[in-house]
Design a protein around this ligand. Structure first.
Ligand code: PEP
Ligand code: MN
Length: 249
């Protein structure tokens, strides 16, 4: 099978092991800059959510367009490419103006109008696996994007829901490796959302690399006490940096 490489400027997914990191959500320019500037040297792509899919409607929903602008300004200062989530097909053109990779979150893996809309762009797309979805459904979701002409797709395993409730989700590492072997796309994994536990992020990130996947996405926050989303699972920059150094060896 001919493997597809996904080019994000000079960063190529499918060549070596890539690290995407940053806060769950963008809360302010100061906070994003503080986290991003500390980790910039150790990452390939900066993440940060401006449109957040929250379980509860009264939780922080993200800064929206203002968040996109902050992400772009901070990333430009640091010379990093960016990834951010788009949740609504009507926002695809807008979000595309500000980011290098469009993220489709787990909850939207089967939002077919959204998949078609990102498929019409030329932007790389990171497609997270839905936590209630099979690999077969994930791969059909990929086809929705591909059918519109966009093959620049990175897959991301982020944990699925099983009977096990000790951790936030269950990382399906075997499923991710199978998917890498049976599809042409780069496959990465997200140990932050999969576990919800910062103490498990480093061991799992190393396992993800050892298993031959193409990268990780990790949540990092310089001031978790000020984070408005997923504060309990974020690594501090000083916890993240030694891990990133080891993953880059
Ligand atoms: C995220 O990456 O911030 C996110 C919301 O992840 P997921 O869609 O996997 O829950
Ligand atoms: Mn998050």
């Amino acid at each position: 099978m001919k493997k597809i490489k996904v080019k994000v400027g000079s960063v190529v997914f499918g060549e070596g092991f890539k690290i995407i990191a940053g806060p769950c959500a963008i809360e302010s320019e100061e906070l994003l800059f503080e986290t991003a500037s500390k980790i910039a040297k150790y990452i390939d792509v900066l993440r940060g959510g401006a449109f957040k899919p929250r379980t509860r409607p009264d939780s922080f929903q993200g800064l929206g367009v203002e968040g996109l602008k902050i992400l772009k300004r901070v990333a430009q200062k640091l010379g990093l490419p960016t990834i951010t989530e788009v949740m609504d097909p009507r926002d695809v053109a807008l979000v595309s103006k500000y980011t290098d990779i469009l993220q489709i979150g787990a909850r939207n893996m089967q939002n077919f109008p959204l998949l078609k809309e990102v498929g019409k762009t030329k932007k790389p797309v990171l497609l997270k696996r839905g936590f209630g979805n099979t690999i077969e459904e994930w791969l059909y979701a990929v086809e929705y994007i591909r059918k519109e002409g966009n093959e620049q797709i990175i897959l991301c395993e982020r944990g699925i829901r099983t009977f096990e409730r000790t951790l936030r989700f269950s990382l399906d590492l075997a499923g991710a490796v199978w998917t890498k072997q049976h599809s042409p796309f780069p496959v990465i994994a997200d140990p932050s959302h999969a576990t919800g536990d910062p103490k498990l992020v480093a061991p799992l990130a190393k396992a993800i690399k050892s298993a031959g996947l193409d990268g990780v996405m990790i949540e990092v926050h310089a001031r978790p006490e000020k984070a408005l989303c997923d504060k309990e699972q974020a690594l501090l920059p000083e916890e993240f940096i030694p891990l990133a150094k080891e993953l880059r060896k």
